[in-house]
Design a protein around this ligand. Structure first.
Ligand SMILES: Cc1cc2nc3c(=O)[nH]c(=O)nc-3n(C[C@H](O)[C@H](O)[C@H](O)COP(=O)(O)O)c2cc1C
Length: 328
């Protein structure tokens, strides 16, 4: 897939997820097969730019190209300024969030709330595209609610404004995360524009990725929640799309090594105090579905040092691997 001057190594994109797609997780997903990883959202409110959190979100050390940074907001001038600010700090693609249903975002009339206001969408997109030299991409939902699925109209506005790729989550804003994502609207969007379209929503395994690509005709797929605790899903999908066969599941030893490496990079990025706390949700995701996972999670969530967290995690996966070996 080509986005502006960037030719991605495949058509698999890690979805932006606030609180999840930080630099350590993006780097890990890229290493394990994602062609691109979109950063957590950065507010267009410049009052927040000095904050520790926002500055950390603009950290791209060691991140492979292209570095895509998502911005959110409803004021064209502020969005243009936010885009420039992030490009100065290393963003190579600016992604605009019009897909997030979170109240915090929608109440200030940004994220997916904007889909209701087509002329304003056009003004925001034109302002951002005009403000920076780098490609600008857009992420939307299929519409405001099931009676107002205007993704096709928004896609046309986006193409007209110079947007270079469009990701569509197959739910309306009103759907939040309920029900199943639908792909008819994404298919209609793909047929109505010539820019790359990336299909998103409930893509949880390689077969689903194949099915969605075939059905919608989309140029790529974007995967969010299914990568939590399974960052290797990208190589699995890549392999399946190339060969039609399933790659073997990673061994417990490999999962252990990926997770331990992930933890070490979280400590390095956030420092020990925050790193240990942020790591807890990742440990939960990696251990979901494993035998005795619940007992392990409640124990590992009690510890506060990186040494203890690493040792308990290593021990848990080693025991699982030994048990598996004995059973074999
Ligand atoms: C924890 C979490 C945080 C998210 N944060 C953002 C965000 O900051 N910006 C955005 O455009 N979408 C955000 N999303 C939506 C995802 O990018 C994606 O569209 C959605 O999860 C559907 O894809 P999936 O079924 O593959 O998870 C978030 C989703 C989750 C679960």
């Amino acid at each position: 897939m080509q986005i502006g001057p960037y030719r991605l190594k495949n058509n698999l994109v890690l979805a932006p997820m606030a609180g999840v797609t930080d630099l350590p997780f993006r780097k890990l997903c890229r290493k394990l097969g994602a062609g691109m990883a979109v950063s957590e959202m950065v507010s267009s409110n410049s009052l927040l730019w000095g904050s520790h959190k926002t500055r950390r979100r603009a950290d791209h050390r060691g991140e492979p190209e292209p570095r895509s940074v998502q911005i959110a907001g409803a004021d064209p001038r502020m969005m243009a300024e936010a885009a420039r600010h992030n490009v100065e700090r290393g963003a190579q693609i600016i992604d605009i969030n019009m897909g997030c249903p979170a109240k915090k975002i929608c109440n200030v009339m940004a994220g997916s709330a904007l889909l209701h206001h087509e002329p304003l969408v056009g003004r925001i997109l034109e302002a951002v595209v005009g403000a920076v030299e780098v490609p600008v991409t857009l992420k939307i939902r299929t519409g405001w609610d099931t009676e107002h699925r205007n993704a096709v109209a928004i896609a046309r506005i986006a193409e007209q404004a110079g947007i270079q790729a469009l990701a569509v989550h197959g739910r309306t804003r009103a759907c939040m995360y309920r029900g199943e994502a639908e792909f008819d609207t994404i298919r209609a969007v793909k047929r109505s524009v010539t820019i790359p379209v990336i299909a998103n929503g409930d893509i949880g395994d390689p077969e689903k990725a194949r099915e969605v690509l075939d059905y919608t005709g989309a140029d790529g797929v974007m995967i969010g929640r299914a990568a939590q605790g399974r960052p290797w899903i990208f190589r699995e999908v890549e392999h399946y799309l190339a060969t039609g066969t399933r790659l073997a599941e990673p061994s417990l030893q490999e999962i252990r090594d990926i997770l331990l490496g992930h933890l070490v990079s979280l400590y390095g990025f956030y420092g020990e105090h925050s790193g240990v706390r942020i790591a807890r949700k990742h440990i939960s995701w990696y251990s979901k579905g494993q035998r005795h996972g619940a007992a392990f999670r409640s124990a590992v969530n009690q510890v506060d040092t990186k040494e203890q967290q690493l040792a308990m995690t290593k021990d848990f996966f080693e025991r699982l691997a030994n048990r598996e070996e004995m059973a074999a």
